[in-house]
Design a protein around this ligand. Sequence first.
Ligand code: ADP
Ligand code: MG
Ligand code: ZN
Length: 475
Amino acid sequence: MFEVVIGLEVHIQLNTKTKIFCSCATSFGEEANTNVCPVCLGLPGALPVLNKEAVKKAINFGYAINATVHKKSVFNRKNYFYPDLPKGYQISQFEIPIVENGELCIDFDDGSTKRIGITRAHLEEDAGKSVHEEGYSKVDLNRAGTPLLEIVSEPDIRSIDETIRYLKKLHAIVRYLDISDANMQEGSFRCDVNVSIRPKGDDNLYTRVEIKNMNSFKFIQKALEYEIQRQIEAWEDGVYDKEVYQETRLFDTQSGTTVSMRGKEDSAEYRYFPEPDLLPVILSDEMIEEGKKIPELPDEKKSRYIQEFGIKEYDAAVITSSLFMANFFEEMIKNGASAKNSVTWLTVELQGRLNKNGLTLENSPIKAKKLATLIKRIEDNTISAKAAKDVLDFLIENDKDIDDAIDELGLKQLSDDNSILAIIDEIISTNQDKVEEYKNGKDKLFGFFVGQCMKASKGKANPAKVNQLLKERLA
Ligand code: ADP
Ligand code: MG
Ligand code: ZN
């Protein structure tokens, strides 16, 4: 029996307006090589100047994960050659990163948690992008010099499930802190996955393989499934020493396999040395105090929701897993919907319909206030919960007010006594014989009268009201 050992290096792009060592914009999707200057092009003689905003965001992150934030940290040159790295080195941090020794708790569905250590988080600049065309490649340096925070975990992760939970939690935290948009498609949140196996019960660390540059949960899952199986088979076939060695692999989405990219460099090969063009980073007491001010994070928000709204732990975890969803939920409550109904109508009914239509909550055609209004119409008996589902289906496709949609679909529930009594009286007068039988003790007929009333109202009468008024009338 084997156990998997996983450690993650996550690169998040910090959402500063300008790059880390120059004043070029960090905006995504611009024409190639337009957000560039002598510094990020690596022209001789151009000098870097550190962007204070990037430092502030790193400090925020450090305090959010209970880490040590070093008053003094140092930038280094990490030397390697690559066409999208114009200087021939990347400015990064090495021996003294800004953040060290933190932790993050992952949650499981049964309410239990597990602590994952975070070794370090350091600031660095991103490289440019190589765009491969048929027969040649082009280099776009717009991204060169974008600020990154690299967050390195301890090898504390023991399964694919834990990997995804760790990444989702980290994603939520950086979004809550508003230090990155963490957009995975745009590469603002990407990760290198280090994985090894070992016999269960063995505490040694075995050879790890690094799968580089993953930016989709689905592909991380697939890559790990393949790579773990590959290592286990090599072990069982007695060729582990030959086939599993320290290397960098890439996930090939076409074949669903990992393929060797290169042998893993040792850090010695990067010839790290202190960046001579930048002074060590010394944080002022004021910056440290400011950096400690962080907003409510997912775990705290979750506890508060359980306390304040009396919702289930599982539901609170789902809702707080994204700041956008948490804000959506709170706005529903502010608009008068009950917490219990808000949970169901947001996480099950709306989210289910969005998924089916390839939409997300962020671009949902139904906003929080509208969904809250729909719930209020159930809670004040204007419509039944069943009718509300039809309204929601309709609103996914049509931009209408709740009340207009209810009218248009003819779903308004009959709740006023007079309308219902009119129906009841009609049923009673046309069924005099049954009324006699009922009065003579045939109690079972009550259900028949209810059924007739509901039918006469085309299903729109409020059933509770029908029951109550019918009982009074027949008494
Ligand atoms: P490098 O800088 O060369 O990538 P690090 O020591 O920073 O190396 O480790 C990178 C990542 O690999 C860390 O997240 C760490 O937890 C993980 N790691 C280290 N050893 C193992 C192992 N045997 N199996 C799985 N992951 C490991
Ligand atoms: Mg690394
Ligand atoms: Zn620049």
